[in-house]
Design a protein around this ligand. Sequence first.
Ligand SMILES: Nc1ncnc2c1ncn2[C@@H]1O[C@H](COP(=O)(O)OP(=O)(O)OP(=O)(O)O)[C@@H](O)[C@H]1O
Ligand SMILES: O=C(O)c1ccc[n+]([C@@H]2O[C@H](COP(=O)([O-])O)[C@@H](O)[C@H]2O)c1
Length: 218
Amino acid sequence: MADSLSELIALYGGTFDPVHYGHIKSVIAMAKAAQLKQVIVLPNNVPPHRPQPDASSEQRKAMVQLAVAGNPLFTVDCRELERDTPSWTVATLETFRHEYGPEQPLAFIIGQDSLLTLHKWYQHEKILSLCHLLVCRRPGYPLTLPEPGRQQWLEDNLVTEASLLHQSPCGSIFLADTPEYAISATEIRTRLANNSPCNDLLPDSVLDYIRREHLYQS
Ligand SMILES: Nc1ncnc2c1ncn2[C@@H]1O[C@H](COP(=O)(O)OP(=O)(O)OP(=O)(O)O)[C@@H](O)[C@H]1O
Ligand SMILES: O=C(O)c1ccc[n+]([C@@H]2O[C@H](COP(=O)([O-])O)[C@@H](O)[C@H]2O)c1
């Protein structure tokens, strides 16, 4: 078992095809709001519930590594890349829970769009028994859930005090007032295919990598 009990460990999973400032800046803002000392970034291998990525798993991992290089908040964990089955988040969370034990505060960071579709995730009813959910703002998506039952579930589990996240292993949802970044990987892929500029949407190191690897060309 790892020995960092009581320091909230936050995980950030994604397809990252490619990683962009909407990911990195939102998570840095979340780290401030939720008093996080570390965020473990998890590029997925076989993203569930979406078309498969253009870039390979190795390329998406390399881009994530470039994007977080030099920032001590982040580490990159490749456990999802080692499984060929769909990268179900519950399965990944179970491996962290096993590693860190039942008392360790764990959190999974998502954007507002993911909160809206969380009820379709594999074994979604287990998620809050494994971790807290930290939700970053994302423009264009409502902060309330469409069905009354799901909205009630959200309200029943909401905490507004970040310190509470550090005092229990799992079970709470934290909606942070993070800045909104109108950036998506889809838009970046389209812009690159059209030879439109992408500066300010993602780090230069990632853009250089994309050019070197001839990714996202039409
Ligand atoms: N601009 C953003 N602001 C806040 N959260 C974001 C933003 N973009 C992505 N996220 C969140 O980051 C996680 C990983 O997202 P993902 O890698 O699918 O990026 P994406 O830009 O949504 O990709 P795509 O356009 O290919 O669907 C998800 O939880 C998503 O909600
Ligand atoms: O477990 C699931 O069913 C599930 C369904 C959709 C998304 N996820 C995870 O949520 C994270 C964000 O997903 P995405 O598709 O927005 O990159 C990423 O880690 C995915 O593996 C997980």
